[in-house]
Design a binder for this molecule. Structure first.
Ligand SMILES: Nc1ncnc2c1ncn2[C@@H]1O[C@H](COP(=O)(O)OP(=O)(O)O)[C@@H](O)[C@H]1O
Ligand SMILES: [Mg+2]
Length: 245
C-alpha cells in the first residue's frame, strides 16, 4: 500500500513520527475497507449460492495452530488466555483451508472482541461419527437469549453495536461451513460466555494403535497418535446439540 511506503520513507524527526502515525492510520482504514468489501462480496456469493469451497484433506491441529497464531498477540494485549485442545485420534478434515481459517478467525475474533480482559478463549476439536466438531468458547458476557435467533442473519447486529463491521461475520461463517456440508450453531447462556460450534466432514479415521504397523507394546513405549496431538489430549464426550438458528 502507498500509505506504508509513505511511513517507511518518513524521517526520524517529529515530522517523520507524525507522518508514520498518519500512514498507519490510512493503512488501518484501507485494511478495514478491504475487509468490508471482501465480506460484502462473500455475502453476495452465499446469498446467490455461488460460494465455492475447494476441499483438501487438512490436519486439524495445524488448522487450529494457524488460526490461533493470528490472535495470540491480540489476546496477550488484552490479558486473555487463548488455547486449543484437540481430542485424541481426530481425523483430518475435508476443507478449503483458507475458508475454514476465515470461519475460525471470525469466531475467535468475536470472542476476543467481546471477552473482557483476564478472560479465556478455548478452541476445541472432537471427532464425531464422520465429522469433526469445532467449538470456540469464551468467558465473556454471552449472547442474550433474544439475540440468539438473529446472530446468523445477514447484516444483523444488536442496536448500538460499534461501527467498523457489517454484521456479516457469522452469516458468512455459517455459509462457508454449509458449503462444506457442515453445520453451525450457538450455545450461550448469559454470563456464561458464548459457545459457537461447527462441523466439517472427516477424512478416513485415524488408525487405532493396534492397527499401526508396529505394536507399541513391542517397543515398550506409549502408542503414537497418528492424526492428533499427543500434547493436547482430551476425551470430550460428544453432545450433539440441536441447531439454534
Ligand atoms: N463471542 C461472542 N460473545 C458475545 N456476542 C457475540 C459473540 N459472537 C457474536 N456475538 C454477537 O453476534 C453479533 C453478530 O456477529 P458477527 O456476525 O460476527 O458480526 P459483527 O462481528 O460484525 O458484529 C455480534 O455483533 C454480537 O452481538
Ligand atoms: Mg464478527
Amino acid at each position: 500500500m502507498n500509505a506504508q511506503f509513505l511511513g517507511a520513507d518518513a524521517g526520524e524527526d517529529k515530522r517523520g513520527a507524525q507522518l508514520r502515525k498518519q500512514a498507519a492510520r490510512i493503512s488501518r482504514s484501507s485494511d478495514l475497507m478491504m475487509r468490508l468489501i471482501a465480506d460484502l462480496l462473500d455475502g453476495a456469493k452465499i446469498e446467490s449460492g455461488t460460494l465455492r469451497a475447494e476441499p483438501h484433506l487438512e490436519p486439524v491441529e495445524a488448522l487450529l495452530d494457524d488460526a490461533l497464531d493470528l490472535f495470540r498477540s491480540g489476546a496477550r494485549e488484552k490479558s486473555i488466555q487463548l488455547g486449543s485442545d484437540v481430542a485424541q485420534r481426530v481425523p483430518d478434515v475435508w476443507c478449503d483451508r483458507d475458508r475454514v481459517l476465515q470461519v475460525l478467525s471470525n469466531l475467535i475474533g468475536n470472542a476476543l472482541k467481546f471477552t473482557p480482559p483476564g478472560g479465556t478463549i478455548a478452541v476445541t476439536a472432537v471427532p464425531l461419527t464422520d465429522q469433526v466438531q469445532f467449538t470456540v468458547a469464551d468467558s465473556g458476557p454471552g449472547i442474550p437469549a433474544e439475540h440468539l435467533p438473529h446472530i446468523f442473519d445477514r447484516y444483523w447486529q444488536p442496536s448500538g453495536a460499534r461501527r467498523g463491521s457489517a454484521g456479516l461475520g457469522l452469516y458468512i461463517a455459517k455459509g462457508i461451513v454449509e458449503a462444506h456440508s457442515g453445520r453451525m450453531w450457538v450455545d450461550s447462556k448469559p454470563r456464561h460466555g458464548a459457545m459457537l460450534s461447527f462441523t466439517l466432514p472427516a477424512g478416513s479415521p485415524a488408525p487405532r494403535p493396534e492397527e499401526l504397523p508396529i505394536s507399541s507394546e513391542l517397543l515398550g513405549r506409549p502408542a503414537p497418535l497418528p492424526a492428533a496431538s499427543a500434547s493436547h489430549q482430551a476425551n470430550h464426550p460428544h453432545t450433539d446439540r440441536s441447531d439454534n438458528r
